[in-house]
Design a protein around this ligand. Structure first.
Ligand code: WQD
Length: 345
């Protein structure tokens, strides 16, 4: 008997698709809404290859208020929502802020209006970006949210404020905000992973594309930071561990042991790794030598951030299990799968 029906917006995307797999594994019935603006319908078949289940999906833009309202009205049995659908490229958001504010806010507000008055457990995809450069490390959930360094980061900060204020007045809405650190890696089957659209801005997809010969040498953006090897430090988390945190959040709200009207959790490993350490971990895990050079710092980068993840462990009952080596191994296996299956290009 399937458990509750969970709406997954952006469910064909990188983190969304991995979360759909884990929902199916946990016995839930995921329903995907995706406009495929940053993903491919092929991913739905890949999910079926992994789980034996081809998830129900609906192709439309959540910025379309009528379509969103009609869908929610036609699905009174949806008990939970995991909201991934949003634009998330930091650099692009600086060049085109209006595109980001329009898409990321209208989609969220249309969803909240459509579910207004209904009991619903709502998981929101947020980011450690909201902390900026924390004053203290590891950063915990009570740290100050600093002025966003990009429109993308600002949409996450403002979305959290919107959700908190609405949850305060609408007691039928339970909200859990998950602040991701740096998601990397791919499913162990190598059948789903981060879909590369254009030149990767993020470190790990660039590493794997450089390693397979699609890109030239990696540029390490600065080695003159106040860190042990001079390169920036981040808290990289395996996308499968991250996906499982969403199931834990839904289960906690379903348990109703405590009234989780609004809560926030850091979802990371609690460990920081430098750019050069990631490069070394990739070479060690894959036995593939990388070609890289040191370049100038990238505008907008913070020096170091990693999470205090004790609250997720104690209250969410979740902690990361996969290490940097498995993150690199799985990312490389996915890159090789893409080379043999250019169906996504
Ligand atoms: C990581 C480190 C770079 C590329 C961003 C968003 C965050 C989240 C994840 C959405 C940095 C360095 C990178 C390269 C490099 N996105 N780097 N050479 O910037 O920490 O986080 O993506 O939720 O919100 O802010 O991730 O992978 O771009 O960079 O040296 O070719 O790798 O300078 O230190 P970032 P990233």
């Amino acid at each position: 008997m399937s458990k509750n029906k969970i709406l997954v917006t952006g469910g064909a995307g990188y983190i969304g698709s991995h979360t759909v797999v884990e929902l199916i594994n946990a016995g839930y019935k995921p329903v995907i809404i995706d406009d495929f603006s940053n993903s491919s319908p092929r991913i739905l078949e890949q999910i079926e290859l992994i789980t034996g289940v081809k998830p129900e999906f609906h192709k439309f833009d959540l910025c379309d208020q009528n379509a969103t309202e009609e869908f929610v009205k036609a699905n009174p049995d949806i008990q939970g929502v995991i909201h991934f659908a949003a634009f998330k490229a930091v650099g692009e958001s600086v060049e085109n802020p209006l595109k980001y504010y329009h898409n990321n806010f209208f989609s969220l507000i249309n969803l909240l209006k459509a579910f207004d008055g209904r009991e619903v457990n709502f998981v929101f995809s947020s980011s450690c970006t909201v902390y900026g450069q924390p004053d203290n490390l590891p950063v915990n959930e009570d740290a100050d949210v600093k002025k966003a360094e990009s429109p993308y980061g600002n949409t996450k900060q403002i979305a959290e404020e919107i959700l908190q204020e609405i949850a305060q007045v609408n007691k039928k809405l339970n909200v859990t905000v998950l602040r991701y650190f740096n998601p990397v890696g791919a499913h162990a089957s190598a059948l789903i992973g981060e879909l590369p659209i254009g030149v990767p801005q993020n470190l790990v997809p660039f590493i794997t594309q450089s390693a397979i010969g699609k890109r030239g040498p990696i540029t390490v953006y600065g080695n003159d930071y106040q860190t042990p090897d001079g390169s920036c430090i981040r808290d990289y988390i395996h996308v499968v561990d991250l996906a499982k945190a969403h199931i834990a959040a839904i289960q906690l709200m379903e348990a109703e042991t405590i009234n989780l009207n609004y809560s926030t959790f850091n979802i990371g490993t609690g460990r920081g790794s430098s750019v050069l350490e990631v490069i070394n971990a990739f070479e060690k895990a894959t036995e593939v030598k990388l070609d890289y050079k040191i370049g100038p710092r990238r505008k907008g980068d913070i020096e170091k951030v990693y999470g205090d993840v004790s609250k997720a462990e104690h209250e969410l009952g979740w902690k990361s299990e996969l290490d940097l080596s498995e993150m690199m191994r799985s990312a490389w296996a996915w890159e090789k799968y893409l080379q043999e299956n250019p169906l996504f290009e």
